[in-house]
Design a protein. Sequence first.
Length: 211
Amino acid sequence: MLAQELPDGEGAVLELGSGAGYCRRHIPGLITSEVFFSADVQIIADAQRLPFRAGSLRAIVFTNVMHHMPDVGQFLAEASRCLRSGGKILMIEPWVTPWSRFIYTRFHHEPFSPGARDWSFPSTGPLSGANGALPWIVFARDRPQFQKNFRELELDRVEPLMPFRYLLSGGVGMRSLVPGFTGSVLAGIEQMLKPYMSSLGMFAFIAVKRV
């Protein structure tokens, strides 16, 4: 999904929080990065202080990263500076729905606080804090504030998705509960449930465009 939504034209594509991710398999020339040293990434970069010149990036992509940023407003300002006109921030992040609220607040180890007042949280270092509801807070609950504070950024698309596959795959740290060959079957079931994703989605694909 991230690769399919990339804008055409010039400029590099930066991935934040690359870790052991697989975006480079799908995006040729991708610049991989992490906030701490990792042998598998090209650069060390803090999303809130990006080491790129103004207007040099075509896109910034990431998965499950934004809700770990201690100050999302600072990241959005940096992303806006680095993106060229027509560039995009493309992400897949946790989302707030009745189903996800039930799962995240009862069975997930990271904080999930849709009622948080701010777009920031205390942090003592990389991955030391989180609010899984933060993307929803910024792009849904506080969307008027986002539009007011970042007039050069436009919320292009929000698509809630994936209510079951993440759980059944074991998520990040658990053993998979189903064999790998069932992935396409589960994807088909979730596709049939697409009209109900506003109630069932655990994540959302989010596209933000630099105008």
